[in-house]
Structure formats: C-alpha cells, structure tokens
Write a protein that binds this ligand. Sequence first.
Ligand code: ZN
Ligand code: ZN
Length: 323
Amino acid sequence: MRAVVLGDTPWSLRVADRWPEPVLGSGQVMVRVRGVGICGSDLALISHERRAPAYPWVFGHEAFGEVVAAGAGVDASRVGQRVVIEPNYPCLRCPACRAGLTSMCPDRVLVGFTAPGLLAEYAAVPAAYAWPAPDRWSDGDAVCAEPLTVALAAIRRSGMRPGANCLVVGAGSQGGLLCLALAAHGVTPHVLEPDDGRLELAVSLGAKAAGPDDTGFAAVFETSGAEAALGEAVSRAAHGATVVLIGLGGQATPVDTRRVVRRQLTLRGSLIYDHPGDFAATLTSGIPSPERILGASFPLDEAPEAFRAARDVPGKTWIRVTG
Ligand SMILES: [Zn+2]
Ligand SMILES: [Zn+2]
C-alpha cells in the first residue's frame, strides 16, 4: 500500500508505494483511510523535536475512512461504514482507566506516536475505536472529529457555565475549533492571536478579537503552549476563574503564581479525551460544519508540500489519502 514515511533526519518525508499492509486482528476492522488532518504534534515529529520509536516511521492520527473488512468477533455489517478513528487506545484495566480517566492511562497506545499511524491507505483499528460518522457530516467534518473532540473535552473539563465570558489564547487549528465549539454553545469567545490570518479565521468561526483592555474572563483556554501566551491567559482571568491549559510547548513554562494565588485561579490541564464518552459526545454534539476550520487539502502524492503549508497557512491542512 501507499504510505507517507518519515526518515531518520528531520523533514525527510517520502511517499512509499510498497509499504506493508497492516494485518487485520480479531476485534478489529480494516479501514481504507480517506483523509488525514495535520496537527502541531505531527510537525513536532517531522522536525524530530519529538522522536518516533523507529525510523522509517508512518505517523498521522486524525483520520476517517471506510470499513472494508471486519476481523473475527466483529459484526460483519460494519463493512461499508464510514468511520472516524479515535487514535488512543487505553488499557481499560489500570486505576486511571477504571476511574474513567483513560487519557491518563500509563499504557495508552498513541497511534502515530507509539504505534504506526494512519497516513497510509489502510489501517487496522480496534472496532470500538472506529466510530460511525454521522450521515450529516461531510468528509471535511469527519476529518475534524479527533481535534474537535480535544476541544470539546477541554470545554467539558473547564466546567464553564453556559453564557460565561471566555477567552481563547491562540487561534491555530485547536484554538479555532474551540472558538467554533464555544460559538455553537451560544458563547462568543474572545480570541487573542498575533497572526492576522488566524485571527480572521477565528472571527469567521464566531469569535471576537480581544482588545488590549479586555480582562476578567471566567474561563480561559490556552492553546499555544508559548510562555507569553500563558502570561496573557493568567493575567486576563477573572477572580476565581478556570484557566484550561491545552497547548504543550517544547519546554516547561513559568507562571506568575502570585497572581494565581491572589485571584484564586484554577489551572486545569486538559490532555486529549477520555474513552468512550468524549468521542461519543462529539458525534452527537450537533456542532454545525466543523470543516470550517479546514484550510488547504492535498493529495497523498503531495504530502511533503502539505506539511510545509501546515506550518504557514491558517486553518487545518489535510491530506486526501484515497478518493
Ligand atoms: Zn492532532
Ligand atoms: Zn489504563
């Protein structure tokens, strides 16, 4: 099969024509991958800021496709179903998993990072992690399912009340999806983003540009992981606010703890989502056209160009793997 392969030097990407196909195990479905979204963590892998377990390596974790075969023990009627893939497989046995916090599972398999990824023509996926895509979803909506789930899990964990005034710091694709999801909840998020193109996109998704004096937000979502951004997030939070940290920078970031204490802020980290509730919630969320976050799409042959565009162009870049 064809697959996008990363070599043992940064940015050494190629499209392999004869990559071995995955073997369909029991309890799994074989998915013919149709589209894969690109996110910052892929770029960290490509630049070798984050290491793959082996090279050459197939990565990619935001995918949808079509079930083409069902393994032993899986309902054969699933063949033909259009599915979105939940690319984190927790053990479901450890204390974290049993408490429902599967995102904290120490044995979690991270597809694309600790196990081969989805940027290939076929992927073998545990049946419970290949979710039927709603009929109303376009292919573009389906490619957004995974990062949209990250955004919705962050909103859930923020505990924010309906109508609360909130701030989104950073309007990369994760920040943009947060804006879109908050707007669908009837909230007009303020957004802080230095790049004009990204800011414009966030505004088109229902956000409002935050002015220099806009402070006192009851909920703040920090999506960039940058030190200056965390400073803004904390300094603009209201007394008693919750600041949800989603961005993971390349290094540890200092925070003004005096401000956190004086304002009695809650700092809440939010890492991916918990199985199975968060993906199930995304599929029934009714958020209109998540595909509005998408920027350019590229055919598989042009995957190296797609990753270069993903660094510079606002919106989420994605790759059309098969037609
Ligand atoms: Zn991602
Ligand atoms: Zn576990």
